[in-house]
Design a protein around this ligand. Structure first.
Ligand code: MG
Length: 146
């Protein structure tokens, strides 16, 4: 079976970490774009179709939670997995209430991350399908059908 790559946006201010992780995800056949701040994350979303964002919570300037709010406001169907350090589990829970799919503790276990990425992509696909269905019903109604 042909694997359909997950289009991932990796957002983390630690460049070494991002490079290593994106290499591994690329090896798995995923398509990774890197951003190093909240601002860069939003700019990347304007230009690129993304399925899942891996979002670091602790970043200078616009932090992960602030970025998450903005992402969910402007790109509600994009799924977000948060990366947290020790002691920021509460922030991760707050993030999930704001619409994040899940979170991972750093250093993230790769298999765990990989499973969560699949889960997030699946949720996005299903949600997009529901939106498409609702839109087509709306069209039928507008054109006078039943
Ligand atoms: Mg950081």
């Amino acid at each position: 079976m042909v694997k359909i790559p997950i289009r991932i946006l990796l957002v983390d201010d630690e460049k070494d970490f991002s490079e290593m992780l994106s290499l591994r995800l690329n090896e798995l056949g995923e398509k990774v774009t890197c951003a190093y701040s909240g601002q860069e994350c939003l700019q990347a979303l304007e230009k690129t179709n993304i399925d899942v964002i891996i979002l670091d919570i602790k970043m200078p300037g616009m932090d992960g939670i602030e970025t998450l709010r903005e992402v969910k406001r402007r790109f509600p169907l994009v799924e977000v997995i948060m990366l947290t350090g020790h002691g920021s589990t509460e922030t991760a829970v707050e993030g999930m209430k704001l619409g994040a799919f899940d979170y991972l503790m750093k250093p993230a276990d790769f298999d765990d991350l990989s499973a969560k990425l699949e889960g997030a992509r699946k949720r996005k696909d299903e949600q997009e399908e529901r939106v498409r269905l609702a839109e087509s019903k709306l069209l039928v109604r507008k054109s006078g059908g039943t």
